[in-house]
Design a protein around this ligand. Structure first.
Ligand code: HEM
Length: 453
């Protein structure tokens, strides 16, 4: 019980108490918590997470699962909503057409989440990305991307991924202390997605810095943060227009040129949709992979026997990647969904218009779905994780993400079986974001023991 109190001591559960369908068993459990804990505010954790939750979100999610499958919250930005904590419910909700991604399809007359006057124009364009669309718009955009982002493109890319992994590890190995994020996962993920999209080399760092500043400004939720982000937003918009103009003039075999060809082939794809598609791919394609490889490497360091097993049995790589996605996947929760009619989940009534947040990291550690869920086991089977989503919004980049992970982990453990943390574990700093869970830096002694192979 002490554990429970410690972990959730700082959140308010007023919202939970108001649930009409809160049953007696849960209430008894929560009452016992209330007696011994200060106020809790679960909803706030999803916009400004506390350091304790950032450090160990899994302990927080374990407590949420104990509270129940459906938890009412008030999200400071998105309003009244419900968290889904269990694996089975998350999978079925991701297939439920009554839960939509575009808020305007759930609440008549409502603006999309990003269609607010104070949001910089470039971010308002993100409202058009397919992750924020429902059928039929989503299908139209997804078909276009499938035409451009083909298995052949990935096939062409795999030797380049292996080459880049080796080049970056060669450089990192020369440092007494390498930062796995700055020296490896960030340049790997950013360069790959940039090469895929045809972003010139000298623009890549600009894009990365600008998007970080912009996303931080927006996430800060305060007006001064947003005002400071405006000049960056303008520069970022110019960057996208430059990229599209360049690829219109000098088409290549990159994804941007392929999308432009798709745009030119018919009138089904507007210039704004093109910009938002490229923006989404650049964002989704580097942030996720970069955090995944960082989190997963730390997980292997935390489980030296599993690291050794992968070193001795590289043929286990495919199941290792799946287990690392389950155990250390970076996407904490799905993009917000909204109920377009009253929906009942596990006996809980979710009224029309409500926000629904599906907790992927909780679903991936659900004791009802996995034996010993907090144990990393690279031979785990079956392994029904939701780290790459499910249903119509299933990750477009899944084959690329898997291949990047495969190449990175194989080469890391083969070349540096004795790698170790260069700082005490408890001093590692996590990004202030529960939706995208990742490390700011991961200082390592790589101690090269073998040449590249
Ligand atoms: C380890 C790396 C990655 C992880 C963990 C990841 C995870 C996810 C998840 C969980 C979703 C579904 C979100 C939801 O339903 O709310 C998603 C969607 C998406 N991902 Fe990934 N992703 C990764 C890499 C990539 C890469 C490399 C790309 C691009 C090349 C990409 C592009 C996308 C796109 C475009 C969507 C939206 C699909 C749609 O709405 O139909 N992802 N990803």
């Amino acid at each position: 019980m002490d554990d429970v109190v410690e972990t959730i001591g700082r959140f308010s559960i007023t919202g939970i108490a108001q649930s009409q369908l809160w049953n007696a068993r849960h209430w008894t459990f929560l009452s016992s918590l209330l007696e011994s804990t200060p106020k809790m505010d679960i909803g706030r954790e999803f916009s400004s997470p506390s350091p304790r939750v950032l450090k160990d979100p899994y302990a927080f999610y374990a407590q949420l699962r104990k509270m129940g499958p459906v938890i009412p919250i008030t999200h400071p930005v998105l309003g009244k909503g419900y968290l889904l904590t269990r694996n089975e419910d998350v999978f079925s909700a991701l297939k439920d057409p009554r839960l939509v991604n575009n808020r305007a399809n759930a609440v008549e007359g409502a603006a999309g989440l990003l269609e607010r006057w104070w949001i910089p124009g470039i971010l308002r364009l993100l409202q058009k990305i397919m992750l924020m669309q429902d059928e039929p718009d989503h299908r139209r955009l997804r078909d276009l991307i499938h035409k451009a982002f083909t298995p052949r493109m990935l096939e062409r890319l795999t030797p380049r991924i292996d080459e880049l992994v080796d080049e970056l590890l060669d450089k990192a190995a020369k440092k007494p202390v390498a930062d796995l994020i700055d020296d490896f996962t960030l340049p790997l993920a950013l360069n790959l997605i940039s090469e895929m999209l045809g972003v010139p080399e000298h623009e890549r760092l600009f894009f990365w810095r600008a998007q970080s500043r912009l996303v931080e400004g927006l996430a800060s939720g305060n007006v001064s943060g947003l005002i400071l982000a405006y000049p960056t937003a303008i520069r970022l918009a110019r960057f996208f227009r430059r990229l599209i103009a360049l690829r219109r003039e000098q088409p290549g075999d990159d994804l941007t040129s392929a999308l432009i060809r798709a745009e030119q082939a018919g009138d089904r794809f507007t210039e704004d949709e093109l910009i938002s598609m490229i923006f989404m791919l650049l964002l989704a394609g580097h942030d996720t992979s970069m955090n995944f490889i960082g989190n997963a490497t730390l997980a292997l360091l935390d489980h030296p026997a599993q690291l050794q097993k992968l070193h001795d049995h590289p043929e286990l790589i495919d199941s290792a990647v799946e287990e690392l996605l389950r155990y250390a996947g970076p996407v904490g929760h799905a993009a917000p969904r909204f109920a377009r009619e009253d929906v009942e989940i596990q006996g809980y009534k979710i009224p029309k218009g409500s926000l629904v947040l599906m907790l992927f990291e909780s679903a991936n550690r659900d004791e009802a779905a996995f034996v010993d869920p907090d144990r990393l086991d690279i031979t785990r089977t079956p392994n029904r994780h939701v780290a790459l989503g499910y249903g119509i919004h299933y990750c477009v980049g899944a084959p690329l993400a898997r291949y990047e992970g495969r190449s990175a982990f194989l080469k890391l453990v083969r070349r540096f079986p004795n790698m170790r943390l260069a700082v005490p574990r408890e001093t590692l700093i996590w990004r202030k974001n529960l939706a995208m869970h990742g490390l700011k830096s991961l200082p390592l002694h790589l101690s090269p023991s073998s040449a590249r192979s």
